[in-house]
Ligand binder design. Structure first.
Ligand SMILES: C[S@@+](CC[C@H](N)C(=O)[O-])C[C@H]1O[C@@H](n2cnc3c(N)ncnc32)[C@H](O)[C@@H]1O
Length: 257
């Protein structure tokens, strides 16, 4: 599809959705490097663009004649300048590399815990803590472009309160609705493919009994490969291989083959 064709397709549905938005609503639209510029040019005609997030999509084939395509942009827009944004709800918990202390010897902006030294950092517009769902992750389905639940959790927690309404017109395997449900939001999604609708319904049924989101616990987002730290099993600075989280284990399995 050419850029012109893509622009005309986006223009065929986006303006028609705008009237259903509340005055303080936020809109997030994701695209790769080919579509991102077109999306921006259409969005700036209709909404207030607040930021462009880039997230690292770890998975993907390397190419011999080009750079490996492993990132996507998410355009964050609002209907007006009056909108809700909760940065505290999306802090990232990182292991401390440089454990600076103040004059009295106390940790400077970080916490010493029995599971290691951590710093809570402000969320930036570069997201490198996500893992594309792998076959062995509970959230994984056969949908070819399924987004990580952790990604949707960041968007939903930052831009809505409990009880707010979340709408996704291209629901796919249901990630947006599943995460909205897990986080106590109301939700509605539209999906054209009957099989993907079934995947979404199945995930929603599972979410009723299990509201965990991999990589998000205790009200914070954890950096990649920190499951051992989250479980309190890791020795500081030395993670045993049987305690690595699934994403890194998958990586290791792939390289071992
Ligand atoms: C990029 S995928 C969304 C993936 C989703 N975020 C997830 O995590 O599974 C886009 C989805 O939009 C669906 N779709 C395409 N055209 C549509 C339309 N006109 N109405 C509703 N859904 C549509 C596709 O079938 C596809 O599942």
């Amino acid at each position: 599809m050419s850029s012109e064709e893509y622009a005309s397709w986006v223009s065929s549905w986006l303006p028609r959705l705008l009237p259903i938005l509340k005055p303080a609503a936020s809109v997030y639209i994701c695209g790769d490097w080919r579509s991102s510029g077109v999306i921006q040019s259409i969005l700036e005609r209709h909404l207030v663009i607040q930021n462009r997030i880039t997230w690292e999509r770890e998975k993907g084939r390397g190419a011999k004649r080009n750079w490996k395509n492993c990132s996507e942009d998410i355009w964050f827009c609002t209907v007006s300048k009056d909108f809700f944004f909760n940065a505290d709800a999306v802090s990232l918990k990182r292991r401390v590399i440089a454990p600076y202390k103040d004059a009295s010897g106390k940790p400077k902006d970080w916490d010493q815990t029995k599971n290691g030294d951590f710093r809570l950092t402000c969320p930036s517009n570069l997201w490198t803590d996500l893992t594309v769902p792998f076959w062995s992750m509970a959230e994984n389905t056969d949908h070819p472009t399924q987004k990580p639940e952790k990604l949707l959790a960041k968007v939903i927690l930052a831009s809505s309160r409990e009880g707010d309404f979340v709408f996704d017109p291209f629901l796919g395997s249901g990630t947006t609705s599943v995460v909205a449900r897990k986080l106590g939001r109301l939700y509605c999604g539209v999906e054209i493919d009957a099989e993907y609708c079934c995947l979404a319904e199945k995930r929603l049924a599972i979410a009723e009994a299990d509201n965990t989101i991999q990589g998000y616990s205790e009200g914070v987002f954890w950096e990649r490969n920190s499951l051992a730290y989250q479980n309190g099993n890791a020795r500081t600075g030395n993670v045993a291989t049987d305690q690595l989280d699934l994403s890194l284990r998958e990586e290791m399995d792939r390289y071992a083959k």
